[in-house]
Design a protein around this ligand. Structure first.
Ligand code: HEC
Length: 184
């Protein structure tokens, strides 16, 4: 056979294999793996069983006392109270237009549903049976230190839940900057 016929025969075989795949395709069948070494990693997958550890888990909890990069603890776990926060936590951010704009965005996204666009405590959910929060323009809030409001956003207070996981640390300080401009 000359080269051309071999190529033609090859093309016909590939087409026939394709046709066979179309006609008898079973979605449960595995496709051919050409280089399985590249498909299956040698390392243990994060959630895979791992016989090297007594608990059989690949993922490990961080060692006690570990600090994630760029995430310095603000205070020892469980030690911070609203009163301590009021005294020791200071807003680390400069007041800039950019920070205020971000603070406003955070407020509109996370806070206004309850506290209302202008902070009067008349957000949309309060019209649907959720009790109104106190006004953010009150003397009570005006007299609060930034650290105290930071504590309230981070840990919640009374009927208000914690917004720790929704609002990043820096954004909490920015929304506080924005709060200070409300009602002016
Ligand atoms: C689900 C509704 C809800 C959301 C969302 C919410 N709050 Fe509140 N907030 C409340 C309620 C209710 C209170 C009153 C808590 C209490 O003392 O029982 C409150 C209290 C506060 C206070 C203290 C006011 C005072 O006079 O004691 C501040 C400050 C505050 N919230 C800020 C925020 C900020 C900032 C956000 C957004 C990150 C936010 N809240 C999101 C419901 C909410």
């Amino acid at each position: 056979m000359d080269m051309k016929s071999i190529i033609k025969l090859g093309i016909v075989i590939v087409l026939l294999m394709g046709l066979q795949k179309c006609l008898y395709n079973n979605p449960r069948d595995l496709n051919v793996e050409f280089v399985p070494e590249m498909v299956h990693s040698v390392a243990f997958d994060a959630y895979a069983y791992n016989p090297n550890y007594a608990d059989g888990k690949t993922l490990k909890m961080p060692v006690k006392g570990t600090i994630a990069r760029g995430f310095l603890p603000e205070y020892s776990e469980g030690e911070l109270t609203e009163d301590i926060a009021r005294k020791v936590l200071l807003n680390p951010l400069e007041i800039t237009d950019k920070n205020l704009a971000r603070g406003e965005w955070i407020y509109r996204t996370h806070c206004q549903v309850c506290h209302g666009m202008t902070g009067l405590g008349d957000g949309p959910v309060t019209k649907r049976g959720v009790p109104s929060p106190p006004s953010l323009l009150s003397d009570n809030v005006k007299n609060m230190k930034d650290g105290q409001i930071y504590f309230i956003i981070s840990n919640g207070k009374g009927n208000m839940a914690s917004y720790r996981s929704q609002v990043q640390r820096e954004d909490r300080w920015k929304v506080i900057q924005y709060l200070r401009t409300m009602g002016n």
